[in-house]
Design a binder for this molecule. Sequence first.
Ligand SMILES: Cc1cc2nc3c(=O)[nH]c(=O)nc-3n(C[C@H](O)[C@H](O)[C@H](O)COP(=O)(O)OP(=O)(O)OC[C@H]3O[C@@H](n4cnc5c(N)ncnc54)[C@H](O)[C@@H]3O)c2cc1C
Length: 365
Amino acid sequence: MRGNLDIAVIGGGINGISSATELAAEGHRVELFERGELMGETSSRSSKLLHGGLRYLETGELRLVREALGERSRWLADCPQHAQPLRLALPVYAGVSRSPLLLGAGLALYGLLAGRQGLGRSQWLGAREFARLNPELQPGGLRGGFYFFDGRMDDRALGLWLAGVARTRGVVIHEHAPVLGLDAGGGVRLACGERRFDLVVNAAGPWAEVLLRDSGLQPAHGIDWVRGSHIVFDEPLAQACLLQVPGEKRIFFVLPWQGRTLVGTTEVAQSREEPIAASAAEIDYLLAARNHYFRAAKTRADVGEVFAGVRPLLHFEGDPGRASREYALARQDRVLSIYGGKWTTARALGRQVARMVRESPPPPR
Ligand SMILES: Cc1cc2nc3c(=O)[nH]c(=O)nc-3n(C[C@H](O)[C@H](O)[C@H](O)COP(=O)(O)OP(=O)(O)OC[C@H]3O[C@@H](n4cnc5c(N)ncnc54)[C@H](O)[C@@H]3O)c2cc1C
C-alpha cells in the first residue's frame, strides 16, 4: 500500500535527508525543516570515510560493520562523482599494541563481512618493500604494513546530491527554518506559526535530545556529545594512512583530501554550552601523532584549516572511544526520534525509519 501521510522531518543532515528520501519513496508527503543550511553541521565535518569501521570489530559491533560495508558499496555505486574507493596503508611499527597477526585477522574478517561487496583483498608487505613504497613515513622500527580498501567521499557534496534525489521524489525542503518546539500529537512550532503533521521525524542529530527536552518530551535515550577535530595541510598527500596514536590504542587517519592533507580525529567529551571548535590541545595532539610517523615534521604554521563536529553517540558510561556507533529509533505517539547514526549507514537508517512507519503507521488525525 502507498503511504499517504503528511510527515515533517526535522534536520537537514545526512540522517534527516536519508529519512525524508526513503519516506517519500513510500509515497508520503514529506517536508524537511533545517534551521541553517542543508549539510551545514556534523555531516560536513566528518573524516570523509565511507567505511565499515575496522576498529568497531574490536568492540564486537559486527552487525554495524556488516551493514556499513554494504552501505559503503551502495554509495560508491550510486554516486561515483562524490564517492570513490580508497586504498589505505596501515603501517605496523615495533612497540604498538596490535600485532601484524591481529591486524591481519581483523582485515580478513573485514573482508569476509564485506562478502561480494568487498573492494579488493588486503595485502601484507614486509618492511623493506613497504618503506620503499611509502618514503614519506619513518622507516625506523617499521615491521611492514598492510594495504586495504575502504571508501572516501566529499561528505557535503554527497549529502546535497541525496537532497536532490529527495526533491525529485517530492520532498519540500525548507532551509533557515528552525523548529522552535514540537508536541507528541504532531505539532511543529515554526517562526511563522504552528503546523500539524501525521508524523514528525526528529533527525536533529546531536540536538535531537535537546529538542525533545525543550519541548517537554522525555527522550527514550541519552545522547553523548563527543567532539572530533581535524586539521588540514595545504600540501597534497600521496598515500592515505591509518595509524595508531603513539602510546594509545586509538587510531587516526592521514588522508588525501581535495588536493590537500586531512588529519583526524580526536574524541573529546563536550558540554552543550561550549562552542563546537577544536581546542589548541587537540591541534597539538594531531600534529604530534602525525609527526611521530612522518619524516618531515609539520608545525602549527603549516595548518591551513581546522574543523570540528560533535558525534551524536548513544549514551555510554566510560571511554568515549569505546562508545557504540549504533543508532536507535524510538517513537512517542506521533514523534519518531533518531538517536546516533553514522554517515555511512544513513540510508540504512532511513529505510528503517520508513519500515517502522509502514509497519506501525500513526492513527488518522
Ligand atoms: C569528527 C567526526 C568524524 C566523523 N567521521 C565519520 C566518517 O568518516 N564516516 C562516517 O560514516 N561517519 C563519521 N562521523 C559520524 C557522522 O558524521 C555523524 O554521525 C552524522 O553526520 C550525523 O548526521 P545527522 O544528520 O544525525 O546530524 P547533523 O549532520 O548534525 O544534522 C542535524 C541537523 O539538524 C539541524 N537542527 C538541529 N536542531 C534543529 C531545529 N530545532 N530545527 C531545525 N533544524 C535543526 C542542525 O542544524 C543539523 O543540520 C563522524 C563524526 C564526527 C563528529
